[in-house]
Design a protein around this ligand. Structure first.
Ligand code: 8IG
Length: 279
């Protein structure tokens, strides 16, 4: 990536237009751990391409993450799907972590849908439960807005996050599935899972789910002018809340089983996301 992350996003958006054959996109979807089956539920891609060709992305290092993107027409909405994401715990900079959503915004996306798999802290959320993210605790110690002054077209450096997770988009998702609960997502740097004491602390602090992603991307997407919908798939009880320990492969398995169902939800909601209906 060049030293200016905003210029890098513009350059990648140009590559994206060429590779996808689509001048602009309307909505971006970032699929988290185990969410790949949701991509197929969104329909046949018009184009699929390697993120290495888009530029600015480091190679991912975690099982279950594929460095591909797709362009899919869902209804009349041009959807850009990232089949995996970049994590801090892979040793990446905060700018690399948010490069995908900045590129999406530079490619025209007015909505960014961030999905993840998480540990459940709220005891009401069993494994396989999808939850709409209502707010987050960014405990990564990082901000994607560190660095150069943002150029024109972006929000101010001191960006307001009081409505980070769009109430409008959450209401749309609940129209499609009224039983969807909402919860607060705590983002930790990882890659280790928490101690039971840390989970007790997070619960006291108001967290319902815990994971290692999403918060930084949500901030960057909002700052780039996109509305954010966050959907977290609870795949395990957080540390200390069950008798067994945490196993990454079990987590991926639970996510896979639930992901296509949540993909159906996204397919129903995506065509209704662009507010003026002109997409
Ligand atoms: I899936 O229990 C998944 N991701 N930090 N803790 C953290 N991340 C997670 C967890 C969890 N489960």
């Amino acid at each position: 990536m060049t030293s200016d992350p905003y210029a890098a996003a513009r350059a990648s958006a140009e590559n994206l237009a060429r590779l996808s054959g689509q001048e602009r996109h309307d909505v971006a979807v970032v699929l988290g751990s185990g969410w790949a089956p949701a991509a197929d539920a969104l329909g046949t891609p018009a184009a699929e391409f390697d993120l290495a060709e888009v530029g600015g992305f480091p190679a991912p290092t975690v099982a279950g993450h594929v460095p591909l993107a797709r362009s899919v027409l869902v209804g009349g909405t041009r959807v850009l799907i990232y089949l995996g994401r970049i994590h801090l715990y892979e040793g990446n900079s905060v700018h690399a972590v948010v490069h995908g959503v900045r590129t999406a915004a530079a490619a025209g996306c007015k909505v960014v849908v961030l999905t993840n798999a998480s540990g459940g802290i709220n005891p009401a959320f069993g494994s396989g439960q999808p939850v709409l993210i209502s707010d987050h605790l960014n405990l990564t110690g990082k901000s994607p807005l560190t660095g150069p002054e943002p150029p024109a077209g972006y929000g101010p450096r001191f960006t307001d996050l009081s409505q980070l997770y769009s109430p409008r988009l959450r209401a749309l998702a609940r129209q499609a599935n009224p039983s969807l609960p909402e919860g607060v997502y705590a983002a930790l740097p990882g890659p280790h899972y928490e101690t039971p004491a840390e989970i007790r602390m997070l619960r006291t602090a108001g967290a319902d789910m815990v994971g290692m992603s999403t918060a930084l991307e949500a901030i960057a997407a909002h700052h780039a002018g996109a509305e954010v919908l966050g959907v977290s798939l609870v795949t395990n009880p957080a540390a200390g809340l069950s008798d067994s320990g945490l196993d990454h492969l079990e987590v991926l398995d639970v996510a896979k089983q639930a992901a296509s169902r949540v993909g159906d939800l996204l397919r129903a909601v995506l065509p209704r996301m662009i507010a003026d209906g002109s997409a």
